[in-house]
Design a protein around this ligand. Structure first.
Ligand SMILES: C[S@@+](CC[C@H](N)C(=O)[O-])C[C@H]1O[C@@H](n2cnc3c(N)ncnc32)[C@H](O)[C@@H]1O
Length: 187
């Protein structure tokens, strides 16, 4: 019973259920960010724990949103978020960090140093995802992505399949709406 109560609390917090109009607020968010909602702190921690070296010199976060992953990353990490409200929020919350309001796909295409990438950009129902996959493939071939961590809502959806020599699911986080699978890719 305690476990169910814990899940309920986690889901409510993540969905920010303040009003009775749950469906319209979720629909608006899905339109704005391409996902039902931001990632929970539990999913963020699971993604962070999947990084081989969380203090690496070059870490880039794609689609930082409201910063659930950002807050766990080292000071030198670079976080990308193009949506205005989320970008302003991140700048305010992390004034000493590098937060850029740029297109993450373009940024990945122009990497210059070996980088660890954490991606929160949706892979399903996202018309831009094929472009992101191409950018990741090309940067990986140039040796510029050494590791990539992302998540999906379906275990069979392997968004970056066939690009890295090691690809595996690094766990399922049920304290997230919806429950999410973390994927880890390495050379
Ligand atoms: C699932 S949400 C953010 C999850 C984040 N971990 C959080 O907790 O808020 C995905 C984010 O990616 C951003 N995004 C999507 N495509 C992008 C792109 N090409 N460049 C930059 N940001 C992008 C969206 O604006 C959205 O904030």
């Amino acid at each position: 019973m305690n476990a169910i109560a814990g899940l309920y609390t986690a889901y409510r917090a993540q969905l920010q259920l303040k009003s009775a109009n749950v469906i319209s607020s979720i629909a608006a968010r899905t339109r704005a960010i391409g996902a039902i909602c931001e990632s929970s702190q539990y999913l963020a921690s699971r993604m962070h724990a999947a990084i081989t070296d969380p203090n690496a010199a070059q870490i880039v976060e794609l689609g930082a949103g409201f910063g659930s992953v950002t807050q766990l990353l080292p000071e030198n990490a670079v976080s990308l978020e193009r949506e205005e409200e989320r970008y302003s929020y991140l700048r305010e919350m992390y004034p000493n960090r590098t937060v850029l309001d740029v297109d993450a796909i373009q940024f990945v295409s122009n990497l210059e140093e070996p980088t660890i990438v954490l991606s929160c950009i949706p892979s399903v129902n996202n018309p831009e995802f094929a472009r992101l996959r191409t950018a990741v493939t090309q940067s990986r071939q140039r040796g510029l992505i050494v590791e990539l961590v992302t998540y999906t809502y379906f275990p069979i959806n392997n968004p970056f399949s066939g690009i890295f020599s090691v690809e595996r699911r690094a766990g399922l986080e049920v304290r997230n709406v919806p429950p999410a699978f973390v994927w880890k890719y390495k050379c």
